[in-house]
Design a binder for this molecule. Structure first.
Ligand code: SF4
Length: 285
């Protein structure tokens, strides 16, 4: 490839990096870098320079500067801190860029005690989104939603309706862990809620399965006996948009998996709710 073409390719690559929020690149001193590095598109530079990559992005260009993220930056959504996400679809890119735009959020005091802002993860084209309350200890440490014991139970919920975690999207109404796993405060929920709504506008799922009281009360804007509210189908509020112009999202509340750890007897009720989710997923309306 001619040097001028390589130069243009390099500039394009750097622009993509910038768009994705990369402020600086860590590179080794010569001569080690020159021996090792090769452009991430697979094109060999005249200098022998190759950029370390790992992520597919627009037009086949890959990015991943190898930049170390600070604790405050959180993880690369929708993947883990140790991996950089593969971005194939328009929605994945939109979610990733949205994550990049909020990852340093300090709108509420939870930012002061978190290790990671837990954005959410899963299939950006999911028809079904599970929405929990807030990250717990493990989630805060790893930057991923539902990875502890409750996460294992959630995986069973998903399998019960014949899906895998790769088919769905998982997130919370509050993105940072409340200290000591206390309930999120109303002002924290109000500050964080727009992030969830923006995620849902990008994903446009058919069904939101709210896990527990807080997610349900927040999305439906109602309060009351949760045992009376769960297990029914509700239309999502109109401002949250729909899966298309005619059809709004549906909300089906059920118990939070963590609640089942303390109340195993609620398992049968959860199964009833999940059957409703499955029927709703299969219906055309
Ligand atoms: S909980 Fe939400 S609003 Fe509060 S700091 Fe975290 S991301 Fe920002």
């Amino acid at each position: 490839m001619a040097p001028e073409d390589l130069r243009k390719l390099g500039i394009e690559w750097l622009k993509n990096e910038r768009l994705l929020g990369v402020e600086s690149l860590e590179v080794e001193e010569e001569p080690e870098m020159l021996k090792r590095v090769q452009h991430d598109s697979g094109v060999q530079h005249d200098s022998g320079v190759q950029y370390d990559s790992g992520v597919q992005y627009d037009s086949g260009v890959q990015y991943d500067s190898g930049r170390k993220r600070s604790k405050e930056e959180g993880l690369a959504a929708p993947s883990s801190p140790t991996t950089t996400p593969l971005l194939h679809s328009k929605k994945e890119k939109e979610l990733f860029l949205y994550y990049e735009s909020i990852k340093n959020c300090q709108k509420c005091p939870l930012s002061e005690t978190r290790n990671h802002l837990v954005f959410g993860e899963g299939n950006s084209d999911a028809e079904l989104v599970f929405i929990g309350e807030a990250p717990g200890r493990n989630e805060d440490l790893e930057g991923r939603p539902f990875i502890g014991e409750a996460g294992k139970l959630l995986t069973k919920f998903v399998e019960f309706i014949g899906l895998t975690r790769d088919d769905i999207y998982i997130t919370n109404i509050v993105k940072c862990r409340p200290p000591g796993n206390r309930d999120p405060l109303p002002e924290e929920i109000n500050k964080c809620r727009p992030y969830l709504e923006e995620q849902l506008k990008i994903i446009k799922p058919k069904i939101l399965c709210c896990l527990g009281r807080w997610a349900t009360y927040t999305l439906l804007g109602i309060k009351g006996s949760f045992s009376q509210i769960r297990g029914k189908i509700y239309p999502a509020p109109t401002h949250m948009g729909g899966i298309n112009e005619e059809q709004s999202m549906k909300i089906i509340p059920t118990y939070h998996p963590a609640a089942l750890l303390y109340h195993p007897g609620w398992k049968e009720k959860v199964k009833e709710d999940l059957i409703l989710v499955k029927e709703c997923l299969q219906s055309r309306t």
